[in-house]
Design a protein around this ligand. Sequence first.
Ligand SMILES: [Fe+2]
Length: 446
Amino acid sequence: MNATATQLDKRNELLVRWAESRSVTDDLFRIVRTDALYDRPIPERHRIVFYIGHLEAFDWNLIAGKALGLGPAHKEFDRLFAFGIDPVGGGLPSDQPSDWPRLPEIDAYNLHVRQEVDRIINHTSPASAHHWKYPEEIILNVAIEHRLMHAETLAYMLHQLTAERKIAPRSYRPVGSPQSGPPIAARMIDIPAGRAMLGLSRKGEAFGWDNEFEDHSVEVPAFAIDAYKVTNGEFLSFVHEGGYDDQRFWSDADWAWIKEQNVGHPRFWLERQGQWFYRAMFEEVPLPLDWPVYVSHAEASAYARFAGKSLPTEAQFHRAAYGTPEGAEREYPWGDAPPGLGRGNFDFQRWDPVAVGAYPRGRSAFGLEDTLGNGWEWTSSHFAPFPGFEPFPFYRGYSADFFDGKHYVMKGASPQTGACMLRRSFRNWFQPHYPFVYTSFRCVSN
Ligand SMILES: [Fe+2]
């Protein structure tokens, strides 16, 4: 195959993924009842309606604005829908539903932007002849992954809507009463000292966000790590043994947060008449003891102290998930085959977790289960640039705004993480007092 044909194939694949990412987010907004579209399910975030306009405004501002230097699609909406909110200890937004445009106006804006952006991408617009200031392939990857990241953060947000405010899609299979199998035998795996190759090389062709560069190796001393993610059942013993009332397990800031916010159990749980239930996406079910527990970084750290362990560093997680006893690293925990069915709970296959260890075909070389899928995993590493970091010139704040010592790296993937973001260099991050994310954890002994 000659170079041109290969380039065409690559471009076609990008365009297919572009269209697929739009259907993912279009389908997601359909689960919200119309009268709930101006709700604010998470107090620190924008109302849902913001995100309806945001995805198209972002594409326009990036592709037409930054990459091609064109004028606005809609002066007011391009700006109104440009930026979300990162909730770190600030005040809560106080806007009212009436402060936002009505849906028909936003729908008209979205339709117009999609048509114009498509004409640019398909080279049927006069603007297509403009010089791209940045490589078109990188810009399209940014647009696709930005949209899919929002598909996940929107899922967290819609998770907080009560069941009456949303409609399960036809494909949804109720969780019902998940039957717990025999309890897993929690165990730790010894990982010998070795090297972890973090990051992504600029010499390669793979797309990565600015924070994934440059690749570099880190020497990791020997340690032991949990084979499984910590389960709801294990976390229940922390709750029953008074973990939320024992200051010894919490840093000062974390303790202040749980007392101020009255946090006494994971956000996804609820207690009714002495029984624990789990708030799944579309129903409440008896607490599934063998599912991974989803908690904030503060709660994960407290549990680790309670267990006499700690959270893994980013390099420890990487070594345990991708390293091999022979030394060479794998592309994915299970090997070099691309992610597919049976390898893990990711890429929108399900709305909720499954029992830990349900995907033996996703096991890492060292024997860890579920390192990619079924919930992100907290690390003890602050989100910081790798040596050689350079911000994307068209999106300078994407990572750099969060190198503030207030965010921690998450690795792996959740059930709602798109397949393209399952590459091993991908890094996610959140602040420690945000209990809504699909993030699990496992512990290490050093
Ligand atoms: Fe965004």
